[in-house]
Design a protein around this ligand. Sequence first.
Ligand code: AMP
Length: 368
Amino acid sequence: MIQLHDKLFKPFLSEKEILDAIERMAKEIAVEYEDQTPIFVGVLNGAFMFVSDFLKAYPHACEVSFVKLSSYQGLTSTGIVETLLDVPDNIEGRSIIILEDIIDTGRTLQKLVHLFGNTKVKEFKIASLFYKAEVYNGEYPIDYVGLEIPNKFIVGYGLDYKELGRNLREVYQLNQKHMINLVLFGKPGAGKGTQAQFLKEKYNLKHISTGDVFRYNIKNGTALGTLAKSYIDKGDLVPDEVTIKMLEEEVDKNPEADGFIFDGFPRTVAQAEALDNFLESKDMKVDATIALEANDEVLIERLLERGKVSGRSDDQDVEKIRNRFDEYNLKTAPLKEYYEEQNKFHSVNGIGTIDEITLRLTKVIENL
Ligand code: AMP
């Protein structure tokens, strides 16, 4: 197992398996191009090792050039392919064979076909060392394939995870853990923090309470704490960009976690979207959003009780509490719809004993 940034990867293809596949490809292509001088065009950055070993295995006259395209950010293809180094000059009338490290969705390929479609080449063929048949959109035929692989994120032999791993001689695949990521949803006082304590033990999850992180920072007089304090004291929400950045840092601090309980986050649609994008870039997702439901009068009573013990000023003043409910109704309540559209919203009665409510939450989680 190797670690690159925050992720673990396990061995997938040995150097020999890769080189054997390249040799087969070189032989197959050599038979067809023996009596011409094709131009092999490598697609940077990922294909540089493949191009090098391929050329060493190619026995006849040939030329080499490169284009550079980019579409990946972390673990996911962004869908937007940029051209960073364009088609070579003087290719009119020549046979072009693209050397790609990997074809998955086919978006980069589409861009390549488009780029070379404007040139007067004699012939345009595609050779890919790795090929994910399961996800390829099938738009263009792929002429030469080295190894067909399942739809797993891979690194090594030129391919990277956030720029690391390109120098590995072998190919590794992401070691996928079965994670559960939960969002606990509900008004202040609904019992999110209390229930999170039980759930995190039971399912071995990391509990992130944005309110707790802010309070910790206020207590320690950090810059973030000073910034957040004025909002929290009034019962207003802290601005999204501050909260989102902080949340992402908390997740990144825990690469070993089997999952997360997000408590008090997201509280706005912008935060929910940021969370989805952020998790997707790490090949993670929100599995369920569970709302603890209770009426305002019960909640106010609970918060005032808590305020006596915790000393939290935002729990001691009914006006501030009502402002937090207003913030919730205005900015957080629309998230119900956001998660319902993704079929991830679950509602649980938040009135009863702590044990009764834990049991209700457990039932939802076990049915996921
Ligand atoms: P809590 O402990 O969850 O009740 O949060 C206490 C206070 O921290 C809130 O009233 C907000 O001022 C701030 N806060 C906590 N989480 C967030 C969030 N996701 N977005 C904005 N502000 C937050």
